[in-house]
Every structure is written in structure tokens, then in C-alpha cells.
Ligand binder design. Structure first.
Ligand code: GDP
Ligand code: MN
Length: 376
């Protein structure tokens, strides 16, 4: 999850990284009052979870409180790359001497982190990186060692940043570790004409797998754009909508992924990824089925379960119970294998639900689901 700039700014402040004074509002009138509190002049900044706000007209300097109100009125409601601006941050303007770029980002291939830094930061950093990669230093960071003063000195030197940035580089690493971030980025980190080093913009991407211990940002979590994904997320389901016609439900991410492949191999397209996990209770099965059936593009549904600790008969009971609360509007093909598969199949046979068919192999089940989807 990406944080807003003002949230990143708050984290920086908490970790002792110098930032300009700033306040957030959704009201132009309040923007005027904030500018007054900041000393009159203010930079008015759109709060959206995307970069390039400056170039899109979402970052503007206001010379006095009246101008701040006007500018806030302009920026609020603006659309920046598909993100509507609901709030603005007003920050005390800074006299910039030089703009730097610094970030730490998870490098999955290397199994570590990467420090990326440049003495040519600012809004053109992408072009700098593309046209003159040598102007952007990349220094691997061992996650176990982290960024010590010595390491920060090495990063600063590699990028041509002044020694005054070393403390900020160390503290920025602490932000990453303490907040469970996959990315922390400051662009620009500036040296002011007065010689101070300040973080003028911040981007922080939190690791969603650590959300349980980063609850303070929970309320601000953006709902997924897709309504079915939002409904699934609200039920705690691992669901990703795709653009096909065969709904897929399975237990275990690996099994579901291969099920998608097999469905595609049968000439159909999977409508979604849905992993109901190891437990596969009736409740979860009902939730999963209702989400998948709610997709108008779905023509048939394939349930592919490999019984492990939760045996197939328990899963079959789950399916039967789920079908008591969910109206089956599309044909359902079930393939049960693994622990207690025969008993599970017997449970489904006994119920003989008219919309439910069984198949004994994954290929057979996928072929049948694909065929039902094509015939529908
Ligand atoms: P972004 O475009 O979304 O990355 O937004 P930034 O917060 O990075 O702002 C874009 C640019 O506006 C910065 O690179 C600066 O050049 C400029 N800017 C932002 N705040 C100030 C400020 O306080 N003073 C001055 N002079 N320029 C600023
Ligand atoms: Mn920026």
C-alpha cells in the first residue's frame, strides 16, 4: 500500500528527518488559515497516490493566504492520472539550492535492498536515469547490516551527495525497517540556500503482509477499484479478477495458478484467481462462490480442491452447505482429490445437486468447465 505524501512526511518527522512545516486540509478556506499559520506563503500540494504531481499542475506556490485559498480551490477536485484530489497539503516554502534523489527499494532478485541516489534529483529524475544512468548510483544494502553511518557515507559518495545528507540516509533506512516498507523515496531531498537538508517530498510503500502490525494506516486503505475485488477483499478472500469466462476456486495459490494454466490450455479463459486457503470451510466456500458467481462474465465455475489437512469430505460438506445459502446460477464442476477424495465425492453424489458435476482429474474438470462455458 502506498502512503500519501503527508503520511510519509509524518513518518519522516517521527524518525527525525527534517521536513518543512505543513498541514493538510480538504477546504480552501482552511487552506487560507493554514497559509497564515505558516507565515503567509505556502506550497499547495495535491495529495494523491501517484507521482508527477508537479508536472500535472498539482504543486503550486502561493504568495499569500488569499492566493493559497484560490490555489487550493483549483487543485482540490483536480484529476491527476486518474486520481481525484480530495485533500491538499500546504507546506512552508523552502529556498532550494540543490535537489537530490534518494530511495531504498526491495530488490527481490538480489534478496536484499537497493539504495538508489542521485545528485540530480527533482521532477526530471526519470529522464536523468534513462539518458545518463551513470548519474544515478545504485548501492546494494544487506538487510541484516542495514544502513549504518559508514554505509550511508558510501551511498552519498557514490551519488555525489554532500556529507550533510548522511544522517538523513541513516534515518530513512530506519523508516523503512520500523514501518515495514518495501520502498521509501525522497525526491527531492534538498539542500536549501541556508545549507539545511530537508525532505521535500516522500513516497512510502508499505508491505501489505505486515498490515496486521501497521494498523494506524488501516482506515486509509484504498478499496480495490474493481467492485468484485472490493467485495472479495471485504470478505478476506484472496481474489483477483481476470478477463475470462471460467470462474476458478481452489485451495492453495500454487494449485489455483496451475488451474488457471490448465483452463487456458483447454482453450478457455479463467475469469479469476481465487485461493480459499487450507481451511476451506463452508463459510469461505459460500463467500467464494458468491463472489465468483456475481461476475457477469462467468459462464461456468471450476472448483479444484486437493484435500490435505482439511480432507475432501469436509470440503464437500462445505460446498453442500454453501449451496444452501448461495443460488447456483451457473454450472459448477468440482474436482476433489487427495485426502478422503472418495468420501468427498460420495458426499456430493448423495446430494445430487442439478447444477453440480464432478470430474476426477484436473484436466478433465478444466475441459468440462471450458466446454460448459463455451456452450453457455
Ligand atoms: P511531485 O511532482 O509529485 O514529485 O511533487 P514534489 O513534491 O516533488 O514537487 C515537485 C517540485 O516542486 C519539486 O521537485 C520542487 O522543484 C518543487 N517544489 C516543491 N516544494 C517546493 C518548495 O518549497 N520550494 C521550491 N522552490 N520548490 C518546491
Ligand atoms: Mn517528488
Amino acid at each position: 500500500m502506498d502512503l500519501y505524501e503527508h503520511q510519509a512526511r509524518q513518518l519522516f518527522e517521527e524518525h527525525g528527518i527534517p521536513v518543512p512545516r505543513a498541514e493538510v486540509t480538504d477546504s480552501p478556506k482552511e487552506a487560507r488559515a493554514i497559509a497564515r499559520r505558516l507565515g503567509g506563503r505556502a506550497v499547495v500540494k495535491a495529495q494523491v497516490r501517484t507521482g508527477g504531481r508537479g508536472k500535472a499542475g498539482g504543486v503550486k506556490l502561493a504568495a499569500d493566504p488569499a492566493a493559497a485559498e484560490l490555489t487550493a480551490r483549483q487543485i482540490l477536485g483536480m484529476d491527476i492520472k486518474g486520481h481525484r484530489v480530495d485533500t491538499v497539503m500546504l507546506a512552508q516554502p523552502v529556498d532550494i539550492d540543490t535537489e537530490y534523489y534518494v530511495s531504498y527499494v526491495l530488490d527481490r532478485t538480489a534478496g536484499g535492498f537497493l539504495a538508489i541516489a542521485s545528485a540530480e534529483g527533482g521532477t526530471d529524475i526519470e529522464e536523468v536515469a534513462a539518458s545518463r544512468p551513470e548519474a544515478v548510483a545504485r548501492v546494494p544494502v544487506d538487510p541484516a547490516e542495514g544502513v549504518t553511518s559508514a554505509k550511508a557515507g558510501e551511498i552519498a559518495e557514490a551519488a555525489g551527495l554532500p556529507p550533510g545528507t548522511v544522517d538523513t540516509l541513516v534515518r530513512l533506512w530506519r523508516v523503512l525497517v520500523a514501518e515495514d516498507a518495501l520502498l521509501v523515496e525522497v525526491n527531492p531531498l534538498v539542500r536549501t540556500r541556508q545549507g539545511r537538508v530537508l525532505a521535500l517530498d516522500g513516497k512510502v510503500t508499505l508491505d501489505d503482509n505486515a498490515r496486521f502490525r501497521q494498523e494506524r494506516w488501516g482506515a486509509d486503505t484504498p478499496a480495490p477499484g474493481d467492485p468484485l475485488e472490493a467485495a472479495a477483499a471485504a470478505k478476506g478472500l484472496n481474489y483477483v479478477r481476470l478477463d475470462g469466462e471460467v470462474g476458478v476456486i481452489g485451495n492453495g495459490a500454487g494449485l489455483v495458478m496451475s488451474t488457471l494454466d490448465v483452463v487456458a490450455g483447454c482453450g478457455a479463459r479463467p475469469a479469476n484467481f481465487l485461493d480459499i486457503g487450507g481451511g476451506a470451510s463452508a463459510r469461505v466456500m459460500a463467500d467464494g462462490l458468491s463472489v465468483v458467481l456475481a461476475d457477469p462474465a462467468v459462464k461456468s465455475v471450476l472448483v479444484n480442491v486437493f484435500g490435505g489437512i482439511t480432507a475432501c469430505d469436509a470440503v464437500a460438506e462445505g460446498i453442500v452447505q454453501a449451496l444452501e445459502s448461495v443460488r447456483l446460477t451457473k454450472p459448477l464442476v468440482v474436482r476433489l482429490d487427495g485426502n478422503n477424495a472418495a468420501r468427498g465425492r460420495a458426499v456430493l453424489d448423495r446430494r445430487a445437486h442439478p447444477g453440480v458435476e464432478q470430474a476426477t482429474t484436473m484436466d478433465g474438470a478444466a475441459r468440462r468447465a471450458a466446454q460448459l462455458a463455451t456452450d453457455a
